[in-house]
Design a protein around this ligand. Sequence first.
Ligand code: GCO
Length: 255
Amino acid sequence: MTTLFDLSGRTALVTGSARGIGFALAEGLATAGASVILNGTRADTVAEATDRLESKGFKAQGRAFDVTDEAAVADAFAQWDKDGVQVDIVINNAGIQFRKPLVELELADWQRVIDTNLTSAFIVAREAARRMIARGTGGKVINIGSLTSESARATVGAYTAAKGGIKMLTRAMSAEWASSNIQANAIGPGYILTDMNQALVDNAAFDAWVKSSNPSQRWGKPDELVGTAVYLSSQASSYVNGQIIYVDGGWLAVL
Ligand code: GCO
């Protein structure tokens, strides 16, 4: 059997992983052998999600912190240093959506969306990369983009700006970190069935639009992002840098 995709002995931090895409990715990486660190802002939901993985026999630990809070992120990494936990893989997944036309959007809401979806990836990956570089072990950074890394849609302007930023931040990370054997790449999920998108799923016109504009004619499931995440976390992608891989059922292909 190939060991190319084996993540045994690796530790992966997945931000925003108490549910949705983040939880599916954490479980997927654990299935490939990684020990995973779950994260979210709420200690109770992080603990529940950690229990769910541990009860399936996976190696998991949880830590609640706000990925937009520089000091809280630094504290988490400092604690892992003390505990001898080395983060080899970071998936910057934490994200929020806020739908409002740009002319009605308050600056505070713009800022909140940019901080959570873009700035957090910089804050978390910076802590991880500093340690990967110092250890000389290399590592993996996977940022979660979106179809809006590529194409805009009305009412999600701040999110679109943040996800476009994720694509270029991923390239910036590659420019600086590839020589330290850190591969930074991104995944651009298409329309996926998650809590964040429930309002869109429940909107009959939007649901019909998603199905008709996508050659797969359906929404994606969080599990369908796992293969790409394992690939980008593993030795199999050792010379892949700065890419964003769209897992969208073909949506962008026919745009
Ligand atoms: C939206 C959705 C987004 C998309 C996703 C597509 O409002 O457009 O909330 O979350 O589903 O980012 O890649």
